[in-house]
Design a protein around this ligand. Sequence first.
Ligand SMILES: Cc1cc2nc3c(=O)[nH]c(=O)nc-3n(C[C@H](O)[C@H](O)[C@H](O)COP(=O)(O)O)c2cc1C
Length: 208
Amino acid sequence: MMKWFVLIFCVLLLVAFLVPFVVTRIENQQVQQNLIRLNEPQPESTNPDKVAVIVFSRSGNTAVLARHLAEKTGGALLFIQAEAYAPGLPGWVNAMKDARSKTAVITPESIDLSEFDTVFLGAPIWLYSPAPPVWQLAANTRFSGQHIVLFNTYNSHFEQSYIDAFETLVKANGAQSFEHVAVLRGRMGSQLSTEEMLRHFDQQFDWP
Ligand SMILES: Cc1cc2nc3c(=O)[nH]c(=O)nc-3n(C[C@H](O)[C@H](O)[C@H](O)COP(=O)(O)O)c2cc1C
């Protein structure tokens, strides 16, 4: 009996160590693929004073969606960086640890959005909630009557209560209206391709 207990414990321990390595390996492949797209010359923003697309992305998927949004809207594309969550194992561990936090060290700390009418704010879902950097940016920002669109990519689940709390935050900070869109990419190993992800997004977003 004791022998089985030790064996099961060892297997569980092995899995607990292996999962982060496998996950970060897959993520790193996605980073490389997404960078090819993200490094392509960006089309000039034709509507920069109306629409801003701001994104935090760890492995590049939400960033590719943000770029697509900027192309569709002609808006200005801006990135939020958070060094603690850089691709790789330490970044993944930090991301897991902080996942439901609403605070993060971000660059830039805030963005002047006064000239924009519509602001798209994007981030991946971490442990059912939008990743901390987008909460931090929303907390640091004074909105001035804009329409805010929170957009997320995720693998399987998010929790609506976090989205509702995000709406409350941006409205308390001056946003006029709020909308949420999210693309379900599927679990690792059976995820949508980038093209499929963008198509799924377009199907559910009510483009003007
Ligand atoms: C720390 C961490 C926690 C995650 N938690 C969830 C989760 O709760 N639900 C989910 O569907 N996906 C979860 N994911 C998957 C990401 O939301 C998904 O892969 C996303 O598309 C990644 O976006 P990015 O490439 O822009 O970083 C998690 C990923 C990480 C790194």
